[in-house]
Design a protein around this ligand. Structure first.
Ligand SMILES: Nc1ncnc2c1ncn2[C@@H]1O[C@H](COP(=O)(O)OP(=O)(O)O)[C@@H](O)[C@H]1O
Ligand SMILES: [Mg+2]
Length: 234
């Protein structure tokens, strides 16, 4: 990938290098090291989209959230299906949630509430949701102990129970899936968000079961009937 000329000019970049490629199924996401003319070193992230609609979706959402200082990477540049943001130095929630256990759930709650409130047009309960609740879309910042949200290309209109249901389905099915530990932690997530966002249990369980059936098809795995029945009773 080549950095756009006007970005190089505006930032007064004298040298740059792509130092890491992040895991992404649909896009090219690279960590970028730049050195400016006055020898300042910065780490940035450059995301190159394959789809225009998703690019605009992410851009408009990030723009809105960046402006109000929400827990998202600061938007630095965009043009022609490329978005450049600040690099967040930290750990993916997928690698931390199962170590940290329930101590991170409250931080996740704060981040999501901030984001939903900022995106809501009227009531946040039937409004803009994030769509992709993969735990790789959340980073815990090393210094501040704050959780950032990334990836806004799947933002859509819908009920909050759908996002929370997906979050629970992802949580329970990460490798190794459906262990007692995962089941208990997911139930804690479920109860926490049900109470924080005043949602109905049956709405969320329905969404968890829908997403688990999508996961079964996508990953060609089978969710044990015992697990489904357990969730159904939440
Ligand atoms: N601002 C950022 N700071 C640090 N890492 C990032 C940043 N943006 C993206 N990443 C890394 O790149 C991965 C893919 O980025 P993401 O925006 O989720 O793209 P995709 O839509 O392809 O999933 C993330 O899971 C994360 O590891
Ligand atoms: Mg992502």
């Amino acid at each position: 990938m080549v950095l756009p000329d006007n970005f190089i000019k505006n930032w007064q970049i004298k040298d740059y290098d792509f130092v890491q490629q992040f895991k992404s199924k649909k896009n090219q996401v690279l960590k970028l090291k730049v050195i400016t003319k006055n020898n300042e070193e910065h780490f940035l992230v450059c995301k190159s989209f394959t789809n225009y609609r998703k690019y605009y979706q992410e851009l408009s959402t990030l723009n809105k959230l960046s402006k109000i200082d929400a827990p998202v990477p600061r938007l630095l540049y965009s043009s022609n299906k490329i978005i450049i943001t600040e690099y967040i130095d930290g750990f993916l929630l997928v690698d931390e949630l199962f170590k940290g256990g329930n101590s991170l759930i409250n931080e996740l709650g704060k981040t999501l509430e901030r984001v939903y409130n900022a995106l809501a047009v009227d009531s946040y309960k039937n409004n803009v949701i994030l769509g992709d609740m993969n735990l790789r879309n959340f980073i815990i910042d090393k210094n501040k102990n704050k959780i950032y949200r990334l990836d806004f290309e799947s933002v859509e209109k819908g009920h909050l129970s759908k996002d929370i249901g997906k979050l629970c389905a992802f949580c329970i099915s990460y490798d190794p899936p459906f262990t007692d530990y995962k089941l208990n932690l997911t139930k804690e997530l479920f109860d926490y968000f049900k109470n924080r966002f005043l949602l109905s249990s049956s709405f969320i369980t329905n969404e968890v079961l829908i997403e688990l059936s999508n996961i079964e098809k996508r990953r060609e795995i089978v969710v044990p009937e015992k697990v489904k029945y357990n969730i159904y009773k939440w």
